[in-house]
Design a protein around this ligand. Structure first.
Ligand SMILES: [Zn+2]
Length: 500
């Protein structure tokens, strides 16, 4: 059984599944795992998803993308900091909006709730009151589970100073319902109204409070929260003891790492955004990356050559799904679809073939013609053509931004100025003369290199290399048989003639 089916079997009918997002910096692909985990479970269980954006959280550090002018906003709620580019309502939305657009493209449908609005509209009032009135109980749960000594003046509520605007720099002195009295580091003494966005519950209490406020049945979260003494450990006790409610069904997932770089993190700059990923591969492949991996297994995402394997793997699953697989492959393929399943198997040009084709031809129509001539696609539909064009655009983006140099080339319009040995010339002549006797396929073209090199007694490495030299003016290039088959026969014949 797929993990989404296993988790769903633990849930009541039509569960409400929560996810969270803290938009304090660029939102990288790692965050997709939480959302798509929730989404897969929602699909399987017929549930709904709510995404709570921690927009009232303060900015805690200056990200590399921020200039020094943002220093004055440290400590202020993300919803009250100006947007970086000026096109969004605030700092939080600057990062959320493109992420939400990507999620839409990936087919995720969910309710979005901004925490600063929930506080401003009084949705947290009763929960905040409860936690403050049970301050000692909350403190006991947190200190016993985390081993942390909480100070006598610890409060589960962080006021936002009405003078300096900073949240979390105050000492709470009293609670005169509905006002929390505080003294801020800046010297200001004020009172925060728990019916408004004058402050917020501390994270561990806030998490439990939202389960109760919204009636959450299930929540996926990263393994950091799940560690002993982590926020799950305290949250489930707080919700039981203070809100007298069962905690949601927990679903713990592992990180997505950038291959060779360790866990993705926006603050370290080791990251790829979801928008970028969607420029490189189809939304179905993005979903597939998450759906095919067990929750407790980390994902080593490789935006270089590994990306080719990922897309190949997706195509293979598609193949097997349409060949009638009815196990996990079928389920993973289904969960990878943005909306409805295709009626019939799409005819796809493999991503790695397009890596060559887009570098040979600058015209998508031409690529399509070649693909039909070489039998790559047979009686394709208009839809197949659209899929090819979409993929070709993504391949171009990948080549421009992430591909290693070794896969890049450009065909020289004229034969490069180079000296060939007499053996090399002899070899090319034999090759030229035998071309008409074979089918223009990668296997045959490849076989012919071996055959003619043997005939002349030319070293195989040299035989392959001479093609790259006369076509690309390089010593290396793409796999030769496939590469030649993607070129027009006439062009290859002409180039061989010139070389001889
Ligand atoms: Zn202050």
């Amino acid at each position: 059984m797929h993990w989404a089916e296993v988790e769903s079997s633990e849930l009541t009918e039509k569960p409400l599944i929560a996810t969270g997002e803290a938009p304090s910096g660029p939102i990288h692909v790692g965050h997709l795992r939480e959302i798509l985990t929730a989404e897969a479970i929602a699909r399987e269980s017929g549930g709904d998803i709510v995404l709570i954006v921690d927009s009232i959280d303060p900015l805690r550090k200056l990200y590399p993308i921020l200039d020094d002018s943002y220093e004055e906003y440290l400590g202020k709620p993300l919803s009250e900091i100006p947007c970086i580019c000026g096109e969004h309502n605030n700092y939080a939305e600057h990062f959320m909006d493109p992420f939400l657009d990507s999620l839409k493209a990936i087919g995720v449908d969910m309710e979005i709730k901004y925490a600063h609005e929930m506080y401003a509209e009084g949705e947290y009032e009763e929960a905040t009151r409860r936690v403050i009135n049970n301050r000692d109980k909350a403190a006991e749960i947190i200190s016993s589970r985390t081993g942390r000594d909480l100070k006598d003046d610890w409060s589960p509520y962080n006021p936002k100073c009405s003078k300096c605007g900073k949240l979390g720099n105050s000492v709470v002195t009293d609670f005169e319902d509905p006002y929390v009295l505080y003294t801020c580091e800046c010297g200001h003494e004020g009172k925060a109204d728990i019916r408004k966005d004058d402050g917020k519950l501390t994270w561990r209490c806030d998490w439990a409070a939202r389960w109760w406020i919204l009636g959450i049945d299930c929540e996926p979260f990263g393994k950091d929260h799940a560690a002993s003494g982590g926020s799950w450990d305290t949250g489930k006790e707080i919700v039981k003891q203070i809100f007298e409610r069962d905690p949601p069904h927990p679903v713990v997932y592992e990180w997505i790492q950038l291959k060779g770089e360790g866990p993705m993190s926006s603050s370290s700059g080791v990251s790829i955004s979801t928008e970028e990923l969607l420029e490189m591969v189809e939304p179905e492949v993005v979903r597939f990356l998450i759906m095919r991996t067990k929750l407790n297994t980390h994902i080593d995402f490789d935006p270089g050559l590994g990306l080719l394997d990922l897309v190949d793997e997706y195509d293979k699953y598609e193949e097997e799904h349409f060949a009638g697989d009815d196990g996990d492959i079928k389920k993973i393929y289904e969960l990878s679809q943005v909306d409805v399943l295709p009626d019939s198997k799409p005819q796809r040009i493999p991503y790695r073939h397009l890596v060559n084709l887009v570098q040979i031809y600058d015209d998508h129509e031409k690529i399509w013609d070649i693909s039909q001539e070489t039998g790559q696609v047979i009686d394709p539909t208009e839809k197949d053509f659209e899929l090819m064009k979409e993929r070709a655009k993504r391949v171009e983006y990948w080549l421009n931004n992430f591909a290693p140099d070794m896969v890049k080339f450009s065909i020289k319009k004229e034969i490069p100025d180079l000296e060939l040995s007499s053996d090399e010339k002899k070899f090319l002549k034999e090759y030229h003369d035998s071309i008409n006797e074979i089918d223009w396929t990668s296997e045959e073209l490849h076989r012919l290199v071996h055959e003619n090199a043997d005939k002349i007694g030319l070293n195989k490495g040299k035989a392959f290399r001479v093609f790259y030299r006369i076509l690309l003016d390089q010593k290396r290039g793409p796999r030769l048989g496939r590469f030649l088959s993607q070129l027009e026969k006439e062009f290859v014949q002409k180039r061989l003639k010139k070389a001889i």
